[in-house]
Write a new protein. Structure first.
Length: 219
């Protein structure tokens, strides 16, 4: 259970159901479903995007340095804790087997992620069924997120956006082409779930209206 997992920033998914969206600034049109299962991401598998097990979100940040810990704090406290995914509990005790496994384990990679992969999210324990996963590993590319590549790209915003994106995968949110109906990878209302962009274009570190809507109706 304690092995590293890898399945994140380039996974694409899809769904249907279109209730009308509230009149929120920056959001256009009806809700689109980007919470798995969708028509293209139909089930929870080992090392895939799944829903979390619900009830609360218990996270371990001990594998991160100060910058990415601050970035995950920003997204957990400012976005995810404000939805039905919360409350968020940050623990110093990592549980990787048995009952009560830590829901999200944040860590840096060991150099295995390419420069174009900023992070990756994988389900480590899909055994509970119902498209839910007992534990995810979120692995960040330490070189890309902390080196000179970001000196002119708004490093803090980039880090926060990647943290928000990968945490989104750990609750079941998918990329635009995997949504129902499908959207582009850079569709603006995806907010932090946009992807396939250079660091300077990762300029939205928030869940936004659509992602928060599906978190609330799912959990």
């Amino acid at each position: 259970m304690g092995r590293k997992l890898v399945a994140g920033i380039a996974v694409v998914l899809g769904l249907a159901l279109l209730p009308m969206a509230p009149a929120e600034a920056g959001f256009v049109g009806p809700f689109y479903d980007n919470m798995m299962p969708t028509s293209s991401v139909s089930s929870c598998q080992y090392r895939s995007v799944c829903q979390t097990d619900g009830g609360s979100l218990v996270v371990y940040q001990g594998g991160l340095g100060a910058q990415m810990k601050a970035a995950t704090d920003f997204t957990l406290d400012g976005s995810y804790a404000t939805t039905n995914v919360g409350p968020v509990h940050k623990t110093d005790t990592l549980v990787t087997s048995g009952t009560g496994e830590t829901d999200i384990v944040y860590q840096y990679d060991g150099g295995e992620l390419s420069s174009g992969t900023y992070g990756i999210t994988e389900c480590n324990d899909p055994s509970i069924g119902n498209n839910r996963c007992d534990q995810f590993y979120v692995t960040f590319n330490a070189d890309v997120l902390s080196n000179a590549l970001c000196d002119t790209c708004g490093r803090t915003t980039f880090q926060r956006a990647v943290a928000c994106h990968e945490t989104g995968h750990a609750i079941g949110l998918v990329h635009g082409p995997n949504a129902d109906p499908g959207k582009s990878l850079q569709y603006a209302p995806l907010n932090c779930m946009r992807t396939d962009m250079p660091p300077e274009d990762w300029d939205d570190p928030t869940m936004g209206v659509n992602n928060a809507h599906w978190a609330n109706v799912t959990y």
